[in-house]
Write a protein that binds this ligand. Sequence first.
Ligand SMILES: NC(=O)c1ccc[n+]([C@@H]2O[C@H](COP(=O)([O-])OP(=O)(O)OC[C@H]3O[C@@H](n4cnc5c(N)ncnc54)[C@H](OP(=O)(O)O)[C@@H]3O)[C@@H](O)[C@H]2O)c1
Length: 309
Amino acid sequence: MKTILLTGASGQVGWELKRTLAPLGKVVTPTSRELDLSNPDSIRRVLRDVRPHLIVNPAAYTAVDKAETEIDLAMAINGVAPGILAEEAKRMHATLVHFSTDYVFDGSKPGPYRETDPANPVGSYGRSKLAGEEAIRAIGLPHLIFRTSWVYGARGKNFMRTILRLAAERDALKVVDDQVGAPTLSRMIAETTSLAIARWCPMSSNQSPLAELSGIYHLTNAGQVSWHGFACAILDEYEARREYRNWPRLMLAPHAIKPITTAEYPTPAQRPANSVLDNAKLAKAFGLEMPDWRDALQMAMDEAATLMA
Ligand SMILES: NC(=O)c1ccc[n+]([C@@H]2O[C@H](COP(=O)([O-])OP(=O)(O)OC[C@H]3O[C@@H](n4cnc5c(N)ncnc54)[C@H](OP(=O)(O)O)[C@@H]3O)[C@@H](O)[C@H]2O)c1
């Protein structure tokens, strides 16, 4: 059985990957204390000890606003560590799967971004994630980099859970309506990633990864929506289940969420106005079609129902 080293297993995507990677090999999940991505010695020590066949790295510094002040830490974890993972993986003839972000783009393109569109991040987080992509590519080992966006799920710190919490506490809310993207369910990222890995590099054989599939892929739920539209949809889906699930009534109604502009809600980090990603390359290479964000939201809400029960 092959060994898969999975970082960030306590995070949204990592938590789901722990389950979806299990059929592909023995999954080893060091905590951030055991494998600290801000510390190159710690990375090398753990990798040389575990000697994985495959490294899957969803761990990241994900605090977009805080990254504007913790620039060095964000760069160490997101920009430098992926290069060290790649270097070590190459040394031991292992392969690497890494995750990146829609925030590598500046948002000025009118339509969905393709992998070939030039990156031009507008914030420190995006710059650190782009540096990580570039570091992996520079090492030249078999790799997959999945850029995803607006990650949420039934667990962890995310927009869906924040909106539900705020909706229970207050009867008015303002949400930005001039930034569009694709909310993407953590579980679907993990499932799609594992299916792609199985196709790229069958874990049960000694076959090398298919070289022509190495590279960057956009991997998000299909469609697009603004943060305001997403917030309203979350409350709509909650309301659709509330009575039969016996969930508490919320103080906030969907129509009471006021759309505002980015200028009316200043944050430390600038964000792209459009960060919709085109998934066509993923579909063509792996035959994997991502469901629409609204269908994914319904699944997330159904899952939340199980967790709340
Ligand atoms: N969240 C989003 O909206 C979003 C959007 C686009 C792309 N992405 C990308 O998608 C991937 C997964 O994101 P996510 O939302 O699942 O992240 P997350 O929930 O914030 O989890 C981050 C994970 O990284 C770990 N981590 C943080 N600092 C670390 C360090 N120094 N050493 C080792 N591990 C460390 C955390 O461990 P601890 O719990 O121990 O701190 C946690 O397990 C990331 O590459 C992210 O950049 C995310």
